[in-house]
Design a protein around this ligand. Structure first.
Ligand code: ZN
Ligand code: ZN
Length: 143
Protein backbone atom coordinates (compact mmCIF):
# COMPACT_ATOMS: atom_id res chain seq x y z
CA UNK A 1 0.00 0.00 0.00
CA UNK A 2 1.37 3.40 -0.96
CA UNK A 3 1.74 5.85 1.86
CA UNK A 4 -0.47 8.92 1.55
CA UNK A 5 1.35 12.18 2.18
CA UNK A 6 0.09 15.73 1.91
CA UNK A 7 2.45 18.62 2.59
CA UNK A 8 2.17 22.36 2.67
CA UNK A 9 3.20 25.52 4.42
CA UNK A 10 3.13 29.30 4.49
CA UNK A 11 4.47 31.77 1.96
CA UNK A 12 7.82 32.34 3.71
CA UNK A 13 8.39 28.67 4.59
CA UNK A 14 8.66 29.13 8.38
CA UNK A 15 5.57 26.93 8.78
CA UNK A 16 5.57 23.51 7.15
CA UNK A 17 3.28 20.59 7.85
CA UNK A 18 2.63 17.02 6.75
CA UNK A 19 -0.46 14.82 6.88
CA UNK A 20 -0.20 11.07 6.39
CA UNK A 21 -3.88 10.38 5.71
CA UNK A 22 -6.43 11.50 3.18
CA UNK A 23 -8.55 14.47 4.22
CA UNK A 24 -11.92 13.65 5.76
CA UNK A 25 -13.56 16.77 4.49
CA UNK A 26 -13.03 19.94 2.46
CA UNK A 27 -15.41 22.86 2.46
CA UNK A 28 -15.50 26.27 0.84
CA UNK A 29 -16.69 28.90 3.29
CA UNK A 30 -18.26 32.19 2.24
CA UNK A 31 -18.61 33.76 5.71
CA UNK A 32 -17.28 37.20 6.50
CA UNK A 33 -14.87 35.90 9.15
CA UNK A 34 -13.17 33.70 6.54
CA UNK A 35 -13.02 36.64 4.14
CA UNK A 36 -11.33 38.79 6.77
CA UNK A 37 -8.98 35.96 7.76
CA UNK A 38 -7.86 35.23 4.20
CA UNK A 39 -8.34 38.48 2.31
CA UNK A 40 -10.05 36.50 -0.44
CA UNK A 41 -13.73 36.30 -1.49
CA UNK A 42 -14.01 32.90 0.25
CA UNK A 43 -11.78 30.44 2.12
CA UNK A 44 -11.50 26.68 1.80
CA UNK A 45 -10.45 24.41 4.68
CA UNK A 46 -9.23 20.83 4.37
CA UNK A 47 -9.80 18.58 7.40
CA UNK A 48 -7.03 16.11 8.30
CA UNK A 49 -7.32 13.59 11.17
CA UNK A 50 -5.34 15.04 14.07
CA UNK A 51 -3.38 11.80 14.58
CA UNK A 52 -2.16 11.93 10.96
CA UNK A 53 -0.96 15.52 11.16
CA UNK A 54 2.30 17.12 12.28
CA UNK A 55 3.80 20.58 12.21
CA UNK A 56 7.38 20.39 10.89
CA UNK A 57 8.64 23.93 11.47
CA UNK A 58 7.13 26.82 13.39
CA UNK A 59 3.52 26.43 14.51
CA UNK A 60 0.92 28.96 13.47
CA UNK A 61 0.29 31.89 15.76
CA UNK A 62 -3.34 31.78 16.85
CA UNK A 63 -5.99 34.48 17.01
CA UNK A 64 -9.27 33.75 18.82
CA UNK A 65 -11.88 34.77 16.25
CA UNK A 66 -14.93 33.65 18.22
CA UNK A 67 -15.94 31.87 21.42
CA UNK A 68 -15.58 28.58 19.53
CA UNK A 69 -12.51 28.87 17.32
CA UNK A 70 -9.01 30.15 16.81
CA UNK A 71 -7.47 31.12 13.47
CA UNK A 72 -3.88 30.19 12.70
CA UNK A 73 -1.46 32.28 10.64
CA UNK A 74 2.28 32.66 10.10
CA UNK A 75 3.77 35.18 12.51
CA UNK A 76 6.49 35.99 9.97
CA UNK A 77 4.63 36.36 6.65
CA UNK A 78 0.96 36.50 7.69
CA UNK A 79 -0.21 33.57 5.55
CA UNK A 80 -3.59 32.10 6.47
CA UNK A 81 -2.90 28.56 7.64
CA UNK A 82 -5.46 26.92 9.89
CA UNK A 83 -8.56 26.92 12.04
CA UNK A 84 -8.87 25.22 15.44
CA UNK A 85 -12.26 24.45 16.97
CA UNK A 86 -12.81 22.86 20.36
CA UNK A 87 -15.80 20.87 19.04
CA UNK A 88 -13.67 19.53 16.19
CA UNK A 89 -10.61 18.53 18.21
CA UNK A 90 -10.33 15.28 16.21
CA UNK A 91 -9.00 17.15 13.18
CA UNK A 92 -6.75 19.95 11.98
CA UNK A 93 -8.35 22.33 9.52
CA UNK A 94 -5.85 23.58 6.99
CA UNK A 95 -6.33 26.40 4.51
CA UNK A 96 -6.52 24.70 1.10
CA UNK A 97 -4.27 27.29 -0.56
CA UNK A 98 -1.40 26.47 1.81
CA UNK A 99 -1.15 22.91 0.44
CA UNK A 100 1.68 22.30 -2.02
CA UNK A 101 -0.74 20.40 -4.27
CA UNK A 102 -4.24 21.75 -3.55
CA UNK A 103 -5.59 20.17 -6.73
CA UNK A 104 -5.37 16.75 -5.03
CA UNK A 105 -8.24 17.68 -2.70
CA UNK A 106 -11.87 17.76 -3.86
CA UNK A 107 -14.25 20.07 -1.99
CA UNK A 108 -17.44 18.58 -0.53
CA UNK A 109 -19.67 21.61 -0.29
CA UNK A 110 -20.12 25.36 0.06
CA UNK A 111 -21.07 26.72 3.48
CA UNK A 112 -22.35 30.11 4.63
CA UNK A 113 -23.56 30.91 1.13
CA UNK A 114 -25.98 33.44 2.63
CA UNK A 115 -22.88 35.63 3.15
CA UNK A 116 -21.46 35.01 -0.33
CA UNK A 117 -20.39 38.11 -2.31
CA UNK A 118 -23.14 38.50 -4.93
CA UNK A 119 -20.78 38.72 -7.90
CA UNK A 120 -18.83 35.64 -6.80
CA UNK A 121 -20.64 33.15 -8.99
CA UNK A 122 -20.54 29.45 -8.08
CA UNK A 123 -20.98 27.25 -11.12
CA UNK A 124 -20.16 23.81 -9.67
CA UNK A 125 -22.77 21.27 -8.59
CA UNK A 126 -21.60 20.87 -4.99
CA UNK A 127 -24.16 21.07 -2.17
CA UNK A 128 -24.65 24.56 -0.77
CA UNK A 129 -25.68 25.49 2.72
CA UNK A 130 -26.78 28.96 3.84
CA UNK A 131 -24.98 28.41 7.17
CA UNK A 132 -22.95 25.53 8.57
CA UNK A 133 -23.00 22.15 6.86
CA UNK A 134 -24.77 19.35 8.77
CA UNK A 135 -21.62 17.28 8.11
CA UNK A 136 -19.87 18.80 11.14
CA UNK A 137 -21.05 19.93 14.57
CA UNK A 138 -19.22 23.22 14.12
CA UNK A 139 -20.44 26.30 15.91
CA UNK A 140 -17.38 28.34 15.06
CA UNK A 141 -18.88 30.50 12.40
CA UNK A 142 -22.25 30.96 13.98
CA UNK A 143 -21.65 34.45 15.29
ZN1 ZN B 1 5.43 32.36 6.81
ZN1 ZN C 1 -16.03 30.85 7.27
Amino acid sequence: MTEVIYEGGCLCGAIRYRASANPTRCMICHCQTCRKHSGGPCLSFVHFPVESFSWLGAKPKRFRSSAFAERGFCAACGSTISMHEEVLADRVQIALGSLDQPERVRPDDHVWTKSRIAWFDISDNLPRFPGNSPAVPSKALDD
